[in-house]
Design a protein around this ligand. Structure first.
Ligand SMILES: Cc1cc2nc3c(=O)[nH]c(=O)nc-3n(C[C@H](O)[C@H](O)[C@H](O)COP(=O)(O)O)c2cc1C
Length: 450
């Protein structure tokens, strides 16, 4: 079975980790509330959505475990696997036809009536597509770029699109200068590898993201040509909206409950006019709850790849990096190093802060600390930091407008905490140990069977 949303759902089902929601669910607030309850970390299949025949799925790319399972690796291998796919991308396989075009509509459709597009938060301006992968093509080199952009439903065939990163919006402005529309395809319901590769920053890598997805999957990604535009889409996707971003057209977009759990304001944004809808028989609509782990993690993994390599350039003994979910997968970096020289903790802080403007607070720890365990990191801060010597604060730097304390002044203070202990003091900072501790399993001893 080709790598697709369906093949991954089957994989989850076999492991008993895909929950079926049989109760009728309202796409206005209720569907999002269910996903929010688990922070988007529990895969849920919504069989019965009020007013719709099409089911929805959510919570499938909110954990490292799920990405690792999708790529058939251990979660500790994720960054290495992504790095390998970036340095050695594969190729796609163009098919004459594919399941995603089992049904083709080029007129008379109303996407808001066809698909259960949710309204998430109380003050959101309306219904939003949040898991749509936008496909565009580089007009010079023909490279295929994918990215996720939220899209506000404006009418039967009309969406507003929010583009924040530089590449795609510059491309759109170029088409606009020529007075032309920019063709885009919006792909819904894909294998996690396609979601992941869509998060590769074009500014840094400039790669064809389908080719990276192929490498992640381990075989050429099958694609088909769109029906009304000159783009290719994954042959096994669930739904594709083909369309054009119209030149010099803007529409009010937002407010919308965003990544960091606050509302973003209404602004004027470009629109997509949908020219065709293609979909599989019995399509599944994919949803990502904004501000959930699903919203943060796919992007955070790509940021971790960049962060790791950036820090490694400065401190070669860096062991691992973690951009925490509470920090939006971008603001808070935890870095573990095998310290070989004094000063490396501070060097790692500089490298991390310089790696991306969104990194706001950095904690560097020794490699005996589990950087994915907040309690262990706090323990290192509590027992290995002296604030007058180990904390660096840099005022007035560039930050991320996605967090409101930055917007208060338009700049952001940066902080680094060097929670590594002095090299000469290894014995004083050695953790307590019990011989054979890891082999002792509580479940072999405890019972409630009195
Ligand atoms: C669930 C999800 C939603 C996202 N929504 C948006 C969005 O609305 N606008 C945006 O510019 N980026 C959004 N992003 C981030 C971009 O998809 C991501 O930065 C991508 O790598 C940009 O690609 P590019 O560098 O080729 O422009 C989202 C990411 C995820 C995972």
């Amino acid at each position: 079975m080709a790598a697709s949303l369906r093949s991954f759902l089957e994989q989850l089902k076999r492991q008993n980790s895909l929950y079926l929601v049989k109760k009728p669910v309202n796409p206005r607030f209720e569907l999002g509330a269910l996903l929010k309850k688990t922070k988007g970390t529990v895969p849920m299949f919504f069989q019965n959505i009020e007013g719709y025949d099409v089911p929805a799925v959510g919570g499938i790319v909110g954990t490292r475990e799920n990405f690792a399972q999708a790529l058939r690796i251990n979660k500790s291998e994720l960054l290495a696997k992504i790095t390998e796919a970036i340095t050695n991308p594969g190729e796609t396989r163009l098919l004459p036809s594919g399941p995603v075009q089992e049904n083709v509509l080029t007129k008379g459709f109303d996407i808001g009536k066809m698909f259960p597009i949710p309204t998430f938060h109380e003050k959101d301006s309306g219904a939003f597509i949040t898991a749509g992968i936008v496909v565009a093509k580089d007009p010079i080199y023909g490279r295929r770029f994918t990215s996720i952009r939220r899209m506000q439903l404006n009418g039967p065939n009309n969406l507003s699109i929010l583009i924040e990163s530089p590449g795609l919006i510059e491309q759109y402005y170029e088409f606009e200068r020529r007075g032309q529309a920019m063709e885009v395809a919006i792909v819904l319901g894909v294998h996690p590898a396609i979601t992941l590769s869509s998060q590769l920053p074009t500014q840094t890598f400039g790669l064809d993201k389908y080719n990276v997805a192929s490498r992640l999957i381990g075989e050429p990604l099958p694609v088909v040509k769109c029906k009304t535009i000159d783009l290719e889409v994954p042959a096994d996707a669930e739904i594709v909206l083909e369309g054009r971003m119209l030149p010099y057209v803007r529409h009010p977009e937002g407010p919308f409950g965003e990544l960091m759990g606050y509302y973003g304001p209404q602004t004027m944004q470009p629109v997509v006019e949908v020219t065709a809808v293609t979909f599989r028989n019995n399509p599944i609509f994919q949803v990502i709850f904004p501000s959930s782990y699903e919203h943060k993690l796919p992007n955070a993994l790509m940021r971790e790849v960049v962060l790791f390599n950036h820090v490694r350039h400065v401190v070669p003994t860096v062991q691992d990096v973690h951009l925490t979910m509470a920090g939006g997968g971008r603001c808070h970096a935890i870095i573990s190093i095998k310290k070989t020289a004094e000063g490396q903790g501070k060097q790692a802080i500089f490298a991390a802060l310089a790696s991306n403007k969104d990194v706001k607070h950095v904690v560097v720890v020794n490699d005996d600390v589990d950087i994915f365990d907040p309690e262990d990191v706090e323990w290192a801060i509590a027992t290995r930091v002296q604030a007058d010597q180990d904390i660096i604060i840099i005022p007035g730097a560039q930050g991320t407008p996605l967090e409101p304390s930055h917007n208060l002044r338009g700049v952001s203070a940066k902080m680094g905490i060097d929670a590594t202990y002095p090299l000469a003091e290894e014995e004083r900072f050695a953790r307590t140990q019990i011989p054979g501790y890891d082999q002792i399993r509580l479940e072999d001893y405890l019972t409630l069977d009195w």
